[in-house]
Design a protein around this ligand. Structure first.
Ligand SMILES: Nc1ncnc2c1ncn2[C@@H]1O[C@H](COP(=O)(O)OP(=O)(O)O)[C@@H](O)[C@H]1O
Ligand SMILES: [Mg+2]
Length: 334
């Protein structure tokens, strides 16, 4: 079953000499949307993937001649998984600036945007769409209000990844969701955060899922996860102490530390800091997201089963990331 998407008619968003950027979480349907559009298009197009090492080399090269030769003879260049290409923003800029009348589409997971790769070079040269899993509004093309209402509970339980919505029965939905958890959540999050026990992470996620909309209590979480509240407290303490040192070292950027439930929030001097820290933390091996409602805040979610050595290492990496962010934002002293 194919679910019609709100953005199904991509041509409405496509402009000559502008890049159409389709962002969205993995598995939200970006590739499918792109393929559907291309297969119905009359334009002479070239579709490549950022997974392809040759494409990475060419579009990442900043070499005008190579990039123009690559696109020669085509009216539309489409790049799936563009976040895999280093400096892809510049590559796309060269295409839209140098080839009169060209259409360009690039898709990428949300980290694409965070990495800041496309923002700056493509300022004023792009249209961005964000594709989320299926919205109720999109299901309304297939089901009437009565049907949507009776399916609502199921939507709440199984969510709306397109593949899961389209699955024939409950068992299939469960199988697909397990696969998503295994391949994306565990692979991406565990790797980045270096959590040692995936069971603990899953237990924690399950607990958090039941707490949506409630205040989170450390002691309750520690209790239910069967770890010592003291461990949680000790870990908090390690960070607080380390943070005082970081603040002495980086007064130009750091303002304070906030505790947002399970998260640590690092408050900085201005709204450019959060996005910059997402990038510099990533480069230093830490996953950090900025708060959407306050971009001065970077959020960190370190594993609860952290050791002293881990905490020290995170603090060291934070130190490096803060240093990099200061340079990036021109806040470095001297
Ligand atoms: N509109 C849709 N209707 C039904 N299934 C879809 C739809 N869009 C995507 N899917 C399915 O969801 C899965 C993920 O889609 P994909 O386009 O590969 O996502 P992404 O490129 O964002 O990771 C695929 O199995 C695909 O067949
Ligand atoms: Mg894809």
């Amino acid at each position: 079953m194919k679910i019609p998407r709100e953005y199904q008619n991509l041509s409405a968003f496509l402009k000559q000499n502008k890049a159409l950027i389709i962002l969205g979480p993995r598995q939200s349907g970006k590739t499918t949307l792109l393929n559907d559009f291309l297969s119905g298009s009359n334009l002479r197009y070239k579709l490549d993937s950022g997974d392809d090492i040759r494409v990475q080399e060419i579009l990442g090269s900043q070499d005008f001649a190579r990039i123009l030769a690559y696109a020669s003879g085509y009216q539309l260049i489409a790049v799936d998984e563009a976040q895999r290409i280093k400096n892809v923003g510049l590559g796309l800029k060269i295409l839209v600036d140098q080839i009169p009348g060209i259409f360009v589409i690039a898709t990428g997971s949300s980290s694409f945007e965070l990495s800041g790769q496309i923002g700056e070079p493509l300022t004023g040269r792009k249209t961005t769409l964000t594709l989320y899993p299926i919205a109720q509004m999109e299901l309304a093309h297939l089901h009437n209000r009565f049907e949507l209402k009776s399916r609502f509970e199921e939507s709440m339980i199984f969510g709306s990844y397109p593949e899961v919505v389209a699955a024939a029965d409950k068992n299939e939905k469960i199988r697909l969701l397990n696969e998503l958890v295994g391949s994306y959540l565990l692979r991406d999050v565990l790797q980045l955060e270096r959590v040692k026990s995936s069971k603990l992470l899953l237990d924690l996620l399950r607990l958090l899922a039941f707490q949506i909309g409630n205040e989170v209590s450390w002691s309750e979480l520690a209790n239910r996860l069967g770890i010592d509240t003291k461990t949680v407290a000790r870990y908090l303490d390690l960070f607080e102490k380390g943070f005082v040192k970081l603040k002495e070292k980086h007064p130009e950027i750091l303002v304070g530390l906030r505790q947002l439930g399970l998260m640590m929030g690092i408050e900085m001097v201005n709204e450019y800091c959060g996005p910059a820290m997402s990038l510099t933390c990533y480069k230093n091996g830490i996953l950090s997201v900025y708060a959407n409602n306050d971009k001065r805040i970077s959020q960190l979610l370190p594993p609860l089963i952290i050791t002293r050595k881990d905490a020290e290492e995170i603090l060291e990496r934070l130190d490096a990331a803060l240093g990099d962010a200061k340079v990036m934002l021109g806040l470095a002293a001297g």
